[in-house]
Design a protein around this ligand. Sequence first.
Ligand SMILES: [Fe+2]
Ligand SMILES: [Fe+2]
Length: 135
Amino acid sequence: MPIVNWSDEYSVNVAEIDAQHKELLKLVNGLHAAVESCIGKDELKDKLINLTEFTRHHFATEEELMKQHDYPDLVRHHKEHRTLLRHMDELVAMVSNGRSPTFYSDYDVSTDWALLHIEEHDRDLGHFLNAKGIG
Ligand SMILES: [Fe+2]
Ligand SMILES: [Fe+2]
């Protein structure tokens, strides 16, 4: 069962961001399924790296939009991205060192953080971009 399901209520009304959020949730679900089914460490590591790299790409997309349009809350939103990516990188390092992220505290960061971040930060960015005519 997927741990996070896309729903239209998560839409921030910006097509490029929504498409990336959907992909992000797909990767989160794939990682969760992998943890649940106790797949091999290498495969788990690959999935985690894919998720981390896609997240990096997604954050860069949002940050570019923020810069282009002088988003007033850019600093706070950037900081939140950096914090999340640091956790993801730590998780990759942990798995690379042979640990399996079996504890909720370990892989929580790769599950509900995506939805929380969308709700708490990306929604405001979406409203701002919509007001600038971007959707
Ligand atoms: Fe964001
Ligand atoms: Fe986002």
